[in-house]
Design a protein around this ligand. Structure first.
Ligand code: NAD
Length: 397
């Protein structure tokens, strides 16, 4: 395939192209930002489920370049085909492999459905043959559907509210207008289907299989990512279908925590992270508007963080060598502490109540959300010449 000029093709919260050069520059900048001298590396084995974008990628980069961890990643990305670009996570992973190879770090990635028994079996084979038991398992999947590997039943997740219909403020990503929309109310079936996709069942399957196979190291930690957020987003998030799924994930983690403590002296934790722009979060109504306001307020407060800063804090304060996680009363790691400070939330709430289409533009915050969104796909990255043709037919090795 000849080289081609790649431009973003965006509709709402979907971008169907990705720029290999922009993705590579970003991964390389992430690695440089966290990198420590190899003399300070503690090593160990890291398994990341959902390793190619967002929080999973940031944690993998941090584990590798800050701690020298060998990493096995699992993701579900679209390879390039003809003149169609690959998905961003594909290019990110290729770039990550290039950087780890140059640094002498071990890294492999399996591209396939993490919910399937085949990918679980392949992962266990690679651990047995190439890595050894896992010290840290990061569960960072964000998926719209899941096929139960035992029954074959396919569950679709939905983003709906639970209980009664409520209006919620949001920004229309196509018209760029602030508007109120009525959230649809989920049926009991839709709630349980969303729990089946994004709840704890699949995490339990992974942890129990790895434990039974002797592929979790003594003291192994497991961390699964979640979000709580402020009250203005609760109708869609915390009190919505996704919130029900995350509540199930928390219950699962608490029970797996007991199992891991008993058998390995390890632990299983939910980490409540800050809101960041990713393919997954951009799709949730109201959340892009909230993030637009939040980022501006947190930047002014000097506390704004992206996924990498969050991953660095997770390791430095909670999961790094010799550390015990500090948790809230419900056993959760809180990386959303800076987002949820009363001063930040009061300012965001004030803006939320006043925000209109004109004010959003005036505060400049939505432009920032859009830039972060384009960057998820390798666009709008400083230093990349987007007028130049690039090779899109790239693989991994
Ligand atoms: P993301 O869309 O950037 O990443 C999702 C990852 O899952 C990708 O690596 C993708 O390849 C992988 N994936 C999806 N389906 C898969 C499948 N069937 N098999 C294998 N891999 C699959 O999402 P994100 O926003 O980084 O979310 C990751 C986790 O962090 C989620 O649990 C999310 O709820 C949580 N979280 C996100 C935010 C946020 O604001 N983005 C905040 C707090 C917590």
């Amino acid at each position: 395939m000849p080289e081609q000029v790649v431009q973003p093709r965006i509709r709402g919260f979907v971008c169907t192209t990705a720029h290999p050069g922009g993705c590579a520059v970003q991964v390389s900048r992430q690695a440089a930002q966290v990198r420590r001298d190899p003399a300070a590396w503690s090593g160990g084995n890291l398994l990341v489920l959902g390793s190619s974008t967002g929080y999973g990628l940031a944690t993998r980069v941090t584990g590798a370049f800050r701690y020298g961890m060998s990493s096995l990643g699992v993701c579900f990305e679209r390879p390039p085909k003809g003149d169609r670009t690959a998905s961003a996570g594909w290019y990110n992973t290729g770039a990550f492999h290039g950087l780890t190879r140059a640094a002498g770090l071990k890294a492999e990635t399996l591209n396939g459905d993490a919910f399937s028994n085949e990918v679980l079996a392949q992962t266990m084979d690679r651990l047995r043959e190439g890595f050894g038991p896992v010290d840290l398992l990061v569960y960072s999947l964000a998926a719209p559907k899941r096929q139960d590997p035992e029954t074959g039943q396919v569950y679709q997740s939905v983003l709906k509210t639970v209980g009664r219909q409520l209006p919620i403020k949001t920004v229309n990503l196509n018209t760029e207008e602030v508007e109120e929309v009525a959230l649809e109310v989920a049926t009991p079936q839709e709630i349980s289907d969303t729990v089946a996709v994004m709840g704890g069942a699949d995490l339990r399957r992974w942890v129990e299989a790895l434990l039974a196979a002797g592929l979790l190291a003594p003291g192994a930690r497991v961390v699964a990512y979640s979000y709580l957020g402020p009250e203005v987003t609760w109708p869609i998030y915390r009190h919505g279908t996704i919130g029900h799924a995350k509540a199930d994930l928390e219950v699962t983690c608490a029970s797996l925590n007991e199992t891991l403590a008993k058998f390995l002296g390890g632990g299983c934790y939910v980490s409540i992270n800050k809101s960041i722009v990713t393919q997954a979060s951009a799709a949730i109504p109201a959340v892009p508007l909230y993030m637009s306001l939040l980022f501006d307020v947190m930047t002014r407060a000097g506390t704004h963080e992206g996924p990498l800063e969050q991953a660095v804090r997770l390791m430095a304060d909670h999961l790094g060598p010799g550390l015990r996680p500090t948790t809230d009363d419900e056993g959760r790691i809180r990386l959303d502490d800076l987002e949820m400070t009363p001063a930040v939330q009061a300012e965001v709430l004030e803006r939320w109540s006043k925000v209109t289409t004109e004010r959003l533009a005036e505060w400049g915050s939505f432009a920032r959300f859009q830039r972060y969104f384009r960057q998820c796909f390798g666009f709008d990255v400083a230093g990349v010449d987007y007028t130049r043709p690039v090779e899109t037919d790239l693989g991994w090795d």
